[in-house]
Design a protein around this ligand. Structure first.
Ligand SMILES: Nc1ncnc2c1ncn2[C@@H]1O[C@H](COP(=O)(O)OP(=O)(O)O)[C@@H](O)[C@H]1O
Ligand SMILES: CC(=O)N[C@@H](CCC(=O)OP(=O)(O)O)C(=O)O
Length: 259
């Protein structure tokens, strides 16, 4: 039976992903386990902004996004990073098609509540699942950059974890896999927790055990675990065979489940 999952690849780990990671993705695709990729690229955006002499500023983990910064965000995410992932998938022998949320109004967005403070940062209001399904139906792995657009044609910078969670909910996939640079959610003793519930997450944020870049991941997980999305798995992309383990076997990384 065909199985589908959304995979979020974080900028923390993209450059370090080995060729075997994409070969694993290809093997899954050949077995009928189909991926949709939503990617980040925060470190690459900051690096390019730095080269242009523009400082990176974050409020609660979200980048302050002026019109000038938005140009760089789109250039780096929808250009360099998106095409790098598409190329690497194609090198593995699988087919891939890159899109940003602007293409076909794939990701509809509205300004976040504190837009007066952080500028053109968006929340997802809708995802055009038909486009994603059409691309998958043609045998291509969709690779999506997290830029949103509103009815007036304004672009928004969207946190990639948030965008991936919204894509997972709207597609109604069974699982979202979050590929990052740590082996899962760790407790205060640095032990990786095999499973955490939504309630435990709230307690870990309150105690400070979950902080920084892990917060948008777990918030996106909480927002998308309902209906058909049964679990979100946080894994390290360095581990050989990590994707097939996470999708077919389990027992790797941290599973976030409803209860
Ligand atoms: N409880 C936790 N367990 C594991 N990592 C955590 C935890 N709390 C915060 N983090 C941090 O979250 C980081 C991953 O988020 P981030 O750097 O934004 O990655 P990405 O670019 O993949 O989105 C880890 O490198 C780690 O520093
Ligand atoms: C609004 C906001 O903060 N957007 C992010 C988008 C990229 C991202 O989320 O990348 P990672 O997954 O690598 O962190 C940014 O500008 O950095």
């Amino acid at each position: 039976m065909e199985q589908r999952f959304v995979m979020k690849c974080g900028g923390s780990t993209l450059a370090a992903l080995p060729a075997s990671f994409f070969e694993d993705l290809r093997d899954l695709q050949e077995r009928g386990v189909k991926a949709v990729i939503v990617h980040g690229g925060g470190p690459a955006i900051s690096e390019t902004l730095g080269k242009l002499g523009i400082a990176s500023e974050f409020v609660n983990g979200l980048r302050k996004t002026s019109d000038e910064v938005l140009d760089v965000v789109e250039m780096v995410l929808a250009g360099r990073i998106n095409k790098e992932i598409v190329r690497r998938i194609q090198q593995s022998g699988a087919k891939s098609l890159g899109l940003s949320g602007v293409d076909g109004e794939l990701i509809k967005a509205q300004p976040v509540a504190n837009a007066d403070e952080i500028g053109f940062v968006g929340d997802v209001t809708d995802v055009n699942a038909k486009i994603v399904e059409g691309v998958m139906g043609m045998g291509y792995i969709p690779v999506i950059a997290p830029i949103g657009i509103d009815a007036a044609g304004q672009r928004y910078n969207i946190n990639a974890d948030t965008a991936a969670g919204a894509v997972a909910s709207h597609l109604g996939v069974e699982r979202m896999i979050v590929v990052t640079d740590v082996p899962g959610i760790m407790n205060g003793q640095k032990q990786v927790l095999p499973t955490v519930t939504v309630e435990e997450i709230e307690a870990m944020i309150a105690s400070g055990e979950i902080y920084g870049g892990m917060i948008p991941k777990v918030r996106a997980a909480i927002a998308c675990i309902h209906g058909q999305v049964k679990e979100v798995v946080i894994v390290n992309g360095d581990v050989p065979g990590v994707l097939s383990k996470a999708v077919l076997e389990g027992g790797i990384g941290t599973r976030i489940v409803q209860a």
